[in-house]
Design a protein around this ligand. Structure first.
Ligand code: ATP
Length: 604
């Protein structure tokens, strides 16, 4: 995880602002209205010192009690306006903010969906989640609150400065002396804060990555009794966050009070030099109090600039992680194919001298040649790590081959659009991943617009209708995260129903290794027979008895096809397959298995 974050490019504030402001464009009117309302709120609030001064000087000292009620009503009206404008500002600001973050998250998630499978091999889901949820939120805060605060702050500083100068230029000079210290402090903070925020964001990403990984593996943790070990690992991650946040806060703790103190110096100086002015009659007491009120209003936004700066630096660090995601080339960018697969698709598949490597150096597949005729069943066998899954993963272009070509119906898949290619391939994987929704939603994943009748038909063909109908809420039963509420055999059949509904001419079937009872096994095999009928099937077989009737069996070893033929031919050859077959005690003449061992445990 740390290495992932180390690769994130550092970007300047100008790039941050340029790319972040793009999200405000569609909501220019809301943004302007938001600022306008903030200014009105501020302006109504600023009448307070002026009216107070009037009450003190004209009403109290000038003994004009008839003006008291109108003055108080004015004050009340100003506060009312202030509250009203503020309420409207909050409404506009919230809508504006939620629109911005909605757009950001939608764009980010769309980008995540378009990233190549290879990207997900290298990035932890928890870290990606942090970028979409937290980092986008930090960026949005700058746009929504930051811009508003920046405008109102600078405006109020400018307006109040004019008022102060108009009231008493000499006192204003004294009041502004600490501003030099404030500016120097701000510059120092800006220059040094960025790296601390980068570390903080990286630490949060790493902690979330660990958290997500652990929650997904909670059963393994319990099974191995590793709760204490994982608590320790999480504590190390959380400690990383604690230390990075503390390093930010340590500086902040010294910086903010120092800046507030510097601001207070202005008040002290004004009192020091203003007091004698009142005594010698060049200033009224009301004018001095009014001046001090305005000075508070001056230093309050000046102090807010520090908070704004902190927000900006945090958002800049977050934006680097967001832009890193947005700037990663999409699958379409790398694949480039746009041609649709010619229909009707017959399902002829050819691998022509295909090589592949995950890391660009160590070959995972070498010189793979195969020719599957439409409707044929091609079985892949071999020891674990031989490259069977890698081979089938090249067919839907999850990874591009590093050498050679792959054809479907004589069309090179590298020129085909991914959408067209993948819509013609169904995958039934070992773990039959189900989404955390209802059974119905999971089956319909194969064809979102399928009718109820089509769904029921697929479900019956997959031998899962009966168990689904017996569930409390039938097809509307929620299956839990990854389908946790269903048994392995049930999940597999829901997975088969989903693939049946997709009705693709090419099927990739990664046979489940987990054993199920023989009745369920029969139901699954029966469902699979229906699924495989009239499709070109690639079956990663772990038990040889299920592939005896395959049209071709390819035996893989260290990324190469070392034997090929039918079951009988390979048995007759007396090579690796025959040995594997013997070890699994498959009845060579076609009878049932007497003992089953998965190929995972057998090395050729
Ligand atoms: N995403 C990946 N990134 C890097 N290397 C990988 C990746 N997936 C697999 N490998 C490596 O590629 C080799 C082939 O793996 P593959 O999963 O294709 O084998 P397999 O024959 O399907 O094994 P199994 O039967 O156990 O599933 C292995 O050495 C594996 O470690």
């Amino acid at each position: 995880m740390h290495s992932e974050n180390a690769t994130i490019k550092s970007r300047g504030t100008a790039e941050f602002l340029r790319r972040t402001l793009v999200y405000v464009k569609p909501y220019k009117i809301s943004a302007v209205l938001n600022i306008l309302l903030a200014i009105l709120t501020m302006a109504s609030y600023f009448t307070f010192p002026r009216i107070t001064q009037f009450i003190l000087d004209e009403v109290v000292v000038g003994a004009q009690m008839t003006l008291l009620l109108p003055s108080i009503l004015c004050l009340l009206g100003a506060f009312l306006c202030c509250g009203l404008f503020n309420a409207l500002r909050i409404l506009v600001n919230s809508r504006f903010g939620q629109n911005v973050i909605f757009d950001m998250r939608r764009e980010l998630y769309a980008r995540v969906q378009s990233l190549p499978v290879r990207f997900f091999d290298r990035h932890a889901s928890g870290d990606l989640l942090t970028r979409i949820v937290d980092d986008a939120a930090a960026m949005h805060r700058v746009l929504v609150d930051g811009i508003e605060r920046a405008v109102t702050t600078f405006l109020s500083v400018a307006v109040i400065l004019c008022v102060l100068l108009a009231k008493n230029a000499l006192l204003t000079m004294f009041a502004l002396v600490p501003l030099v210290i404030l500016l120097a402090g701000t510059l120092w903070y800006t220059a040094t804060a960025h790296r601390r925020y980068r570390r903080q964001r990286a630490a949060i990403g790493a902690m979330n990555a660990l958290l997500m990984d652990n929650l997904q593996g909670i059963r393994q943790i319990k099974c191995f009794g590793r709760q204490a070990y994982e608590v320790g690992r999480f504590a190390a991650g959380a400690d990383g966050v604690r230390r990075s946040v503390l390093s930010v806060m340590k500086v902040w703790a010294a910086y903010t009070p120092a800046m507030t103190f510097a601001g207070s110096l202005g008040m002290v100086l004004v009192l020091w030099f203003g007091g004698p002015m009142v005594m010698d009659g060049t200033l009224t007491i009301g004018e001095l109090v009014g001046f001090l009120f305005y000075l508070t209003l001056f230093y309050e936004p000046v102090g807010r600039l520090d908070g704004l700066n902190q927000m900006l630096q945090a958002a800049r660090a977050s934006s680097e992680r967001v832009f890193d995601l947005l700037d990663t080339a999409s699958e379409e960018h790398a694949h480039r194919g746009v041609v649709p697969l010619k229909t009707p698709v017959r399902g002829e598949v050819v691998f022509e001298n295909v090589d592949f490597s995950y890391d660009g150096t160590r070959p995972t597949l070498q010189n793979i040649c195969l020719h599957a005729l439409p409707g044929q069943m091609v079985a892949l066998v071999g020891a674990t790590g031989a490259g069977k899954s890698t081979l089938v993963n090249l067919l839907p272009a999850f990874y591009p081959p590093t050498g050679g070509r792959i054809f479907i119906d004589s069309q090179d898949i590298s020129v085909l659009s991914l959408e067209s290619l993948r819509s013609r391939i169904a995958v039934v994987s070992q773990d039959a991943f189900l989404f955390n929704g209802t059974v119905r939603e999971n089956i319909l994943y194969g064809k979102l617009d399928a009718t109820e009748a089509e769904m029921l038909c697929a479900s019956r063909a997959a031998n899962c209708h009966d168990f689904i109908a017996a569930l409390d809420d039938g097809y509307d039963t929620r299956v839990g995260e990854r389908g946790v509420k269903l048994s392995g055999g049930e999940k597999q059949r829901v997975g088969i129903a989903r693939a049946l509904l997709k009705d693709a001419p090419i099927l990739i079937l990664d046979e489940a290794t987990a054993s199920v009872d023989s009745e369920t096994e029969l139901l699954i095999q029966d469902a699979l027979q229906r699924l495989m009928a009239n499709r070109t099937c690639f079956v990663i077989a772990h038990r040889l008895n299920t592939i005896r009737n395959a049209d071709q069996i390819l035996v893989m070893h260290h990324g190469e096809i070392v034997e090929r033929g039918t079951h009988r031919e390979l048995i007759g050859r007396g090579g690796i397959y025959a040995r594997l077959s013997l070890m699994q005690s498959v009845d060579i003449e076609g009878g049932g298995p007497t003992e089953e061992k998965t190929l995972q445990s057998v090395s050729p």
